[in-house]
Design a protein around this ligand. Structure first.
Ligand code: NAD
Length: 450
């Protein structure tokens, strides 16, 4: 039976390599749609949990996962032994950067090598991991073709980036459109067909590199706009008397030509911080320097250092010093209402505070009960009136919805709010709150002295 027919009749077996934030929701979606799904992850702990029907990704509905495991639609393994049984193989492995901010595509290479032994005629391989243009054609295709099978003739290959936004309840896998770029027209057509089985809107593109560039554009667009807001937040702080958050909201009342982005303590996660460096690295191969993109990345990466400066200034204005002050950091994950701490600016801030001599630093995060930092295991401290009252400085690094800001504002002595989380707290608390980008703590000498 042709792959088209198998997909249309839902008898095609779907393989998903990498069962993390991207792979697991995808696997569950296909299983829910009636396909047989084989998940592969080299993390044996994850496979153990999944085999027991246990969930570890918040965006996945635990009951739905348990059901598809129980009814045999979804099974997972820690090796590639049975990969040849899959008709379609999604690759959803990490694409981090190296310490020197260069692309680390070794996970893609390892996954590709993992499926080699099971590769057979008629299979479709779809790369979902975010990466630089030409990865599919110049890195993945040669590995797959080392078997003697030809892409476009014997096997099929496409790039179709993931757009999932963890924690977003409005846009999920099914209602977020995806783009697809295949090596050949048939590669594209097959990928569109299998994607449409679980996604409403699928957009075919001319090539894998167009799809790779599309994904980078989407994330770099965010990076650049956030950087602009971070720059303006610092200017507002220096000028005094202008609230960047008010300004952004005001600009957003314009019904066309403006889209709101917000400043913050820096960016984290696995995408927006990392992806600009993938393109910057690739561009150099063409004697091209993506100055604009790198300036944005630099501005965003400087934000934890800027917030540290804001903390030190605010503390010293209250007669405190970093070495003997007690700090409570609220929110360790890189954004609100998720448990993902990868590249989190909150953790960078903790490191910077420690490096500047902060001895008494604890954190609270209802989403992150424990974390390991520089070899030390830290536990989230329970939030209470007594705890807040005993702290010299409370830093709001991530504005989870769980936080009762009035309660926090009422019982804290000094708050550094990097997320505008305290904008609606009672006026009586405003004097003890330093909001990033609000110029309530200006630091510019008198202009008369110029
Ligand atoms: N997390 C997001 O919000 C998001 C959104 C869009 C795109 N992406 C992209 O999707 C890709 C995956 O990201 P993620 O957040 O799901 O990562 P993740 O770390 O949550 O999951 C990746 C999984 O792959 C497994 N793995 C690694 N190497 C493997 C191998 N050789 N064989 C089998 N399994 C292997 C890991 O154990 C892990 O469970 C990345 O390229 C990322 O940039 C992520």
């Amino acid at each position: 039976m042709s792959l088209e027919s198998k997909i249309s009749q839902k008898t095609a077996r779907i393989g998903v390599v990498g069962l993390g934030y991207v792979g697991l929701p995808l696997a569950v979606e296909y299983a829910k749609a009636g396909f047989d799904v084989l998940g592969i992850d080299n993390d044996t702990e994850k496979v153990k949990k999944l085999t027991a029907g246990e969930n570890y990704i918040d965006d996945v509905n635990s009951d739905e996962l348990a059901t598809v495991v129980k009814n045999g639609k979804f099974s997972s393994e820690a090796n590639y032994e049975n990969i040849s049984s899959a008709d379609v193989i999604y690759i959803c492995v990490p694409t981090p950067f190296t310490p020197n901010k260069e692309p680390d595509v070794t996970f893609i290479e390892d996954a590709a090598k993992g499926i080699l032994d099971g590769l057979r005629k008629g299979q479709l391989i779809i790369l979902k991991s975010t990466t630089y243009p030409e990865t599919t054609e110049k890195l993945l295709q040669p590995i797959l073709e080392s078997t003697g099978l030809k892409v476009g003739k014997d096997i099929f290959l496409a790039f179709s980036p993931e757009r999932i936004d963890p924690g977003n309840k409005t846009f999920t896998t099914a209602n977020t459109p995806v783009v697809v770029g295949g090596i050949s027209q048939k590669c594209t057509d097959l990928t569109v067909l299998v994607s449409k089985a679980i996604i409403n809107n699928v957009v075919p593109l001319s090539s894998p590199k167009a799809a790779e560039m599309t994904k980078l554009l989407e994330n770099i667009f965010r990076s650049v706009n956030i950087a602009l807001m971070n720059e303006l937040a610092q200017l507002c702080d220096r000028m005094g008397g202008i609230d960047i958050w008010e300004v952004v909201e005001a600009a957003a009342t314009k019904p066309f030509g403006f889209m709101p982005f917000y400043p913050g303590p820096g960016i984290g996660g696995h995408c927006i911080l990392v992806d600009p460096y993938y393109l910057a690295w690739k561009a150099k191969e063409f004697d091209f320097h993506t100055n604009f993109i790198e300036l944005a990345a630099e501005t965003n990466e400087n934000m934890p250092y800027y917030v540290l400066d804001l903390i030190i200034r605010s503390l010293s204005m209250n007669g405190g010093a970093i070495a003997n002050a007690k700090f409570l950091l609220l929110g360790a994950s890189f954004k609100k209402n998720v448990d993902d701490i990868r590249n989190s600016p909150a953790l960078k801030l903790m490191d910077l505070l420690k490096m500047r001599g902060a001895e008494n630093l604890i954190y609270n995060d209802p989403w992150v009960p424990t974390l390991t930092r520089n070899g030390t295991v830290l536990h989230s401290t329970e939030l209470s009136q007594g705890l807040l009252q005993s702290m010299d400085c409370v830093i709001i690094a991530t504005d989870h919805d769980d936080y009762d800001m009035d309660f926090i504002a009422k019982h804290s002595k000094l708050i550094i709010d990097t997320r505008n989380a305290t904008k609606n707290v009672g006026k009586q608390f405003k004097d003890k709150i330093q909001r990033l980008g609000c110029g309530t703590n200006p630091y510019y000498p008198s202009r008369d002295e110029h």
